[in-house]
Ligand binder design. Structure first.
Ligand code: FAD
Length: 423
C-alpha cells in the first residue's frame, strides 16, 4: 500500500524580499503546503515607498522606511538573488527603490508566488502547542484588516519574515523632552524639501545617516552629522559639518561630547531599529535583549523549537543573496543533520563586546553564507558577490559623493570586478 505523506504546513509571515524568497524555496517542494500572510496590500515590504509616515491604508503603522529619492547603497548587481539575475544595472550601478520593487515583483511573477499570498492579513499572535500526536505545532492567529475577522490556523513550520527596519530605536538623550524644535527618526524621513531652509542635526552616521545628510544638502541650510566613528573623507558638501556625538540638551542647545554646542531646528535620529516580533507568545522562547536575539542557531533557527526560523537577522550584509542561502538550512528536510542542542547553543553565544552588535556580520558574512551552503550541501555563492562588496566598500570610503554613480563590471568568468567612477 502506498504510504500517505502528510505535507507540512508552512506559515510565512511577511511578503518582503525575505518572505518571497521563503515562498520561492518552499513552494516547489511537495513536502510542504505554503501560506504567506502579508499585512499590507503589496509585496516588497521596505521597497514599497509610502508618502504617509503614520498609518497605512489598512490603519496599521507605516512599515516602510523608504524615502522618495533613495538609490540603493549597494550595486544592483550584487543585490540579486543568485537564482534570478535581473537587477543588472551597469551605469549608474545603484538603482532607485522603484527598480528594486519591480525586481521583486518580477521575481514573484517568475516563480508564480502570488497565489500563495494572502494580502491585508496581519499575524496577531503565534503560540506553541503540542498536537494530539505529541508533535510541536504553531497556533497562528490571523486578522483580515478590512473585515477585522480573526481566525486561528495550525501550522507545522513558521518562517518569520516581518522585516527589521520598522521599529525605530532612539537612544536616551538627557533633556530631549525639552528640545524646542522638531524631533524625527529616519523611519519617517521622506523628502528633503520638507527641511528647506532649516538646520538639522543628524545623530548617527551609518548608511542612513550619511545618505540622508547628502539628500538634505541642497535644501537644508546646515546639517550637523553627529557621530563618534572615524571621520568621513573631506569631500562632503560644505554645509555638512561632522561633529561628535550628543551628550545632552539644555536650554534649547545641543551639547556635544567635546562640550561645544549647536542650535538647530530639527533633531533627526538615524540610530537604527529594534528587532521586534510583537506577535510572538512568550512560549515560543524567543527573547530580544538590547537587540540580541536568543536562542538562535546561525542567527536563524529557534534552538528550542527548530521548526521556527527568523529570516534576515544579520546586519551589514548583502541581504537578498543571504536570504537565499538561509533557506538552504531553513528548509526542514535539509535539517536532519542539525548539530546537537548543546552545540547549537555554543554557536549562538555572544561573540561581540556589545549585545547590540551581536548580529552585525560585515566581513564575516561570506563565511556565514558558506557555512549555510555547506551545512545544506548546496553551492556556495559565486565569488563576485564578495569581490564586488569589497571593491564597493573601499570605493564608498574613498569617494562618498560619487560612489553611487560608478560603473560596475563583472568579468565574464566572474573572477573579478571593476568599479569605474565617471569623471
Ligand atoms: P521587509 O522588506 O521589511 O518586509 C517585511 C514584510 O513583512 C512587510 O511587507 C510587512 O508588511 C510584513 N509584516 C510585518 N509584520 C507583519 C505581520 N504581523 N503580519 C503580516 N505581515 C507582516 N538592502 C539592499 O540590499 N540594498 C539597499 O540599498 C538597501 N537599502 C535600504 C535602505 C533603507 C532605508 C532600508 C530601511 C533598508 C535597506 N535595505 C537595503 C535593506 C532591506 O531592508 C532589505 O533589502 C530587504 O528589503 C528586507 O526584506 P525583509 O523581507 O526582511 O523585510
Amino acid at each position: 500500500m502506498a504510504e500517505i505523506v502528510r505535507r507540512k504546513k508552512v506559515c510565512v509571515i511577511g511578503a518582503g524580499a525575505a518572505g518571497l524568497c521563503a515562498a520561492r524555496h518552499f513552494a516547489p517542494n511537495l513536502n510542504f503546503e505554503l501560506k504567506v500572510f502579508e499585512q499590507t496590500n503589496d509585496i516588497g515590504g521596505t521597497w514599497v515607498y509610502k508618502e504617509a509616515t503614520e498609518v497605512d491604508e489598512n490603519g496599521l503603522p507605516v512599515h516602510s522606511s523608504m524615502y522618495r529619492d533613495l538609490r540603493t547603497n549597494l550595486p544592483a548587481k550584487i543585490m540579486n538573488f543568485p537564482d534570478y539575475q535581473r537587477l543588472n544595472a551597469v551605469e549608474p550601478c545603484c538603482v532607485s527603490h522603484q527598480e528594486v520593487r519591480s525586481y521583486l515583483q518580477n521575481y514573484a511573477d517568475h516563480f508564480d508566488l502570488f497565489k500563495y499570498i494572502q494580502f491585508g492579513t496581519r499575524i496577531e499572535s503565534v503560540r506553541l502547542q503540542v498536537s494530539a500526536e505529541g508533535e510541536e505545532e504553531w497556533a497562528v492567529r490571523t486578522k483580515i484588516m478590512k473585515t477585522k475577522e480573526e481566525k486561528e490556523i495550525i501550522f507545522n513550520v513558521i518562517m518569520i519574515c516581518n522585516g527589521h527596519y520598522f521599529d525605530p530605536y532612539m537612544p536616551k538623550i538627557p533633556g530631549i523632552e525639552k528640545f524646542p524644535g522638531m524631533i524625527v527618526h529616519s523611519h519617517s524621513y521622506r523628502k528633503p524639501e520638507d527641511f528647506s531652509g532649516k538646520s538639522v542635526l543628524i545623530l548617527g552616521a551609518a548608511a542612513s545617516g550619511v545618505d540622508i545628510a547628502l539628500d538634505l544638502a541642497n535644501h537644508a541650510i546646515r546639517i550637523y552629522l553627529s557621530h563618534n566613528n572615524e571621520r568621513l573623507n573631506g569631500s562632503l558638501p560644505s554645509n555638512i559639518i561632522e561633529v561628535l556625538g550628543v551628550e545632552k540638551i539644555e536650554e534649547g542647545k545641543i551639547f556635544l561630547k567635546d562640550q561645544s554646542s549647536v542650535t538647530v531646528d530639527v533633531f533627526m535620529f538615524c540610530t537604527g531599529y529594534r528587532y521586534s516580533f510583537p506577535f510572538l507568545d512568550e512560549n515560543c522562547g524567543i527573547r530580544v535583549d538590547d537587540n540580541f536575539i536568543t536562542p538562535l542557531y546561525k542567527h536563524l533557527i529557534n534552538i528550542d523549537h527548530p521548526t521556527m526560523c527568523i529570516v534576515g537577522v544579520p546586519t551589514v550584509v548583502v541581504p537578498f543573496p543571504m536570504f537565499h542561502m538561509q533557506y538552504f538550512l531553513a528548509l526542514l528536510e535539509k535539517r536532519a543533520s542539525l548539530p546537537t542542542k548543546l552545540t547549537m547553543l555554543e554557536n549562538s553565544k555572544l561573540k561581540t563586546s556589545k549585545k547590540r552588535h551581536a548580529h552585525k556580520l560585515m566581513d564575516k558574512q561570506w563565511d556565514y553564507n558558506n557555512s549555510l551552503a555547506d551545512a545544506g550541501g548546496f553551492d556556495r555563492l559565486p565569488k563576485f558577490y564578495k569581490l564586488g562588496y569589497e571593491a564597493w566598500s573601499a570605493q564608498r570610503k574613498a569617494n562618498l559623493l560619487n560612489y553611487k554613480r560608478a560603473r560596475f563590471v563583472i568579468s565574464e568568468d566572474e573572477e573579478s570586478v571593476e568599479l569605474i567612477i565617471p569623471k
